[in-house]
Design a protein around this ligand. Structure first.
Ligand SMILES: Cc1ncc(COP(=O)(O)O)c(C=O)c1O
Length: 425
């Protein structure tokens, strides 16, 4: 299947592409679904082919017109990874994708491809705890200067200020996680991409805007259409969607993704063929799952907002038109998704009692799976971030993060009401 209909010339939608694009049944005995290509290496038709494939893989020559990278070795490429990344790149409206062994492999490989000692990264905060650890403890060891600014409506102005303070000519990556994990604060993607363009114009250096799109994308948010360069996901979450695999994916312009793919080849951070196959299978139902999970989440968010033991609820669909984030959410998202963050009255002790009282929802980290998960960000996913830093970003001891699944809504509501009773002590 190609990207456009042969008969009408019209482009197919991502949901349709997810079922056929990038796969040629003729090459696999007519199998309607791609088989799992459980092979570490691929046989060349001739020595000349092997030589030409390697030349392309190592960037030793430009591809001939229409030439595709040949299959070499599963650390470099594999049909299961490749079909998945073509479908993801199409969904993200980017030129090229790359599949990874985890979301963290996608983030760290991309950062290592883009950064060198002395460079500056400016990122929004809060961010996922693992990304925070990479930025604070690992990149800094390699001489990379990471500055964190609060996510939200003022983030573009804060990033501009941070760039000036750090020395604007040294800025190489503008990183944002929007909505932010765990408090679901939105940051203006187009405004940050514009800052990147301004810095490039002023100083001539390469400045890449990278967006972690795990929480709403690709269904409800498409950063590349707003000027972002690289779009990253923990595919462990909604894309994998069944809490049975760990994977990551990144998409972007060919010029940048070639660098990311070269780094992936050498670090060996790509996904296994079997996980590539699982991701392909999951992508087919992504749209249906995310929309149905959103429906459940909207009802639970409403229930939480009306509960006397709940201090506040973060859920995009509950934003009132006069609230600061409403206009931004309307501008850059087409849905609310199925993540909810809520503060329980009574702090950590009350939050723990609630977490221990769920029967349907599971007390586990991660998100985006078919089952409902709840966790305590301050002492779990974001445990490495100093508590004062978290509190300054609105992540307090009473905060619970919930990823809403596909269970029957009446069971989820009863479960939540029952668990919230425990908050009273
Ligand atoms: C927003 C976000 N980005 C990245 C990651 C890291 O992904 P992975 O666990 O697949 O490495 C996570 C994991 O929870 C996440 O929530």
């Amino acid at each position: 299947m190609s990207k456009r209909s042969h008969s009408t010339g019209k482009p197919f939608n991502p949901e349709t592409l997810a079922l056929g694009y990038g796969y040629e049944p003729r090459l696999s005995e007519g199998a309607v679904k791609p088989p799992v290509f459980l092979t570490s290496t691929f046989q060349f038709a001739s020595a000349e082919d092997g030589k030409r494939f390697f030349e392309l893989a190592y960037g030793l020559r430009e591809p001939d017109d229409g030439e595709q990278q040949g299959l070499i070795y599963s650390r470099l490429n594999n049909p299961n990874m490749q079909i998945f990344e073509e479908r993801m790149a199409a969904w993200d409206q980017c030129e090229l994708g790359a599949t990874f062994a985890s979301g963290m492999a996608a983030i760290s490989t991309t950062m290592l491809a883009l950064l060198r000692p002395g460079d500056v990264v400016i990122s929004t905060e809060p961010i996922y705890g693992g990304t925070y650890y990479l930025f604070r403890h690992i990149l800094s060891e390699y001489g990379i200067d990471v500055r964190l600014v609060a996510a939200g409506d003022d983030a573009p102005a804060r990033m501009r200020e941070a760039a000036e303070q750090a020395g604007a000519a040294r800025v190489r990556v503008l990183y944002l996680e929007t909505p932010a994990n765990p408090n679901l604060v939105h940051t203006d993607i187009a405004a940050i991409a514009q800052l990147g363009a301004d810095l490039r114009a002023a100083h001539g250096g390469a400045v890449t805007t990278v967006v972690d799109n795990t929480l709403l994308g690709p269904l409800f948010q498409l950063p590349a259409t707003m000027g972002a360069d690289i779009v990253i996901y923990s595919a462990t979450k909604f894309i994998g969607g069944h809490s049975d695999l760990i994977a990551g994916v990144a998409s972007g312009p060919r010029e940048l993704m070639v660098k990311v793919l070269s780094m992936r080849t050498i670090l060996g951070t790509g996904a296994t063929p079997f996980n590539g196959w699982l991701l392909l299978r999951s992508l087919e139902t992504l749209s249906v799952r995310m929309r149905r999970q959103q429906k459940n989440a909207r009802a639970l968010a409403q229930l939480l907002a009306e509960h006397p033991m709940v201090e506040s609820v973060s859920y995009p669909g509950l934003l009132a038109p006069n609230e600061p984030q409403h206009a931004l959410w309307q501008k850059q998202c087409t849905g609310s998704g199925s993540m909810i963050a809520f503060h329980i009255k009574g702090g950590q002790a009350a939050a723990y009692r609630v977490l221990d009282s769920f029967e349907v929802a599971r007390l586990a980290v991660s998100l985006g799976g078919t089952e409902t998960l709840v966790e305590h960000p301050m002492t779990m996913t974001h445990a490495d971030v100093p508590p004062a830093e978290l509190e300054a970003r609105g992540v307090g001891p009473g905060l619970i993060r919930m990823s809403v699944g596909l269970e029957h809504l009446s069971d989820l509501k009863r479960d939540l009401v029952h668990a919230l009773r425990a908050a009273e002590g």
